[in-house]
Design a protein around this ligand. Structure first.
Ligand code: ADP
Ligand code: ADP
Ligand code: ZN
Length: 214
């Protein structure tokens, strides 16, 4: 099974990917996470990507498609892939078809997480994650059950993304509207898009996604 989680920044793609990885034996392929790892590691890709990411603009199609190709190459054939934050442009959508074919895979579902634009800024400015295991939280909507302690690994250190500020979020939303939303009709024409109400609670969204995969 190969699926795309599509939605604007803050829609819940990362949160739902983590749930899917736990409930099904699937692997999350987040280009955002890959790029942040490259930035942290000071690799050539990271050095190129950092300023672009800090501005909330899109990194080049070549870079992200290359990352996806390399990560898919390292996976077992039987292991499902969740594409989180990729593709984000028409060129990337074309790249993905080509890369999937190369690895003997095909796309089963595009799950669109629908959310109110107004809610997104609050979601993103309230987002933080565990510094040790990466578990995602939100100040009000999804805090750790014991304040200051990660539910998953018990760590007491958390971090916030430098691009999760209101100004950058606006740019990221503009990028989504201009470059990512236009790839949906192509997938709709293939009959593989299902829209899920991303404004529902995290558990409810997870149940809706599981129903699509069943
Ligand atoms: P979010 O979870 O808020 O949607 P991501 O973690 O997916 O954000 O992405 C963070 C940043 O990384 C983006 O703003 C962009 O600069 C870069 N990025 C991630 N994925 C892609 C992609 N597929 N194409 C281009 N840039 C990307
Ligand atoms: P994306 O990967 O699409 O950018 P995230 O999964 O990182 O989105 O979610 C953004 C923020 O919103 C996080 O702080 C997360 O805890 C919170 N969040 C995710 N899903 C929901 C939901 N259904 N309701 C309320 N808050 C949510
Ligand atoms: Zn943790």
């Amino acid at each position: 099974m190969n699926i795309i989680l599509l939605g604007p920044p803050g829609a819940g793609k990362g949160t739902q990917s983590a749930g899917l990885v736990e409930r099904h034996s699937m692997r999350q392929l987040s280009t955002g996470d890959m790029l942040r790892a490259a930035v942290k590691g000071g690799t050539p890709v990271g050095l190129k990507a950092k300023a672009v990411m800090d501005r909330g603009e899109l990194v080049s199609d070549e870079i992200v498609s290359e990352l996806i190709d390399a990560n898919l190459a390292a996976m077992d054939k039987g292991e499902g892939a969740i594409f989180d934050g990729y593709p984000r442009t028409a060129a990337q959508a074309e790249d993905l078809d080509r890369i999937l074919a190369k690895h003997g895979r095909s796309l089963d579902h595009v799950i669109e997480l629908g959310v109110d634009v107004d809610a997104l800024v609050e979601r993103i400015t309230g987002r933080f994650s565990c510094a040790k295991c990466g578990a995602l939280y939100h100040d009000t909507a999804n805090p750790p059950s014991k304040e200051g302690v990660c539910d998953v690994c018990g760590s007491t250190e958390f971090k916030r993304r430098p691009d999760d500020n209101e100004e950058t979020v606006r740019t990221r939303m503009d990028e989504y509207r201009a470059k990512t939303a236009p790839i949906l009709p192509g997938y709709e024409a293939r009959g593989i898009v299902t829209r899920v109400d991303g404004m529902a609670g995290i558990e409810e969204v997870a149940t809706a996604i599981d129903a699509i995969l069943a």
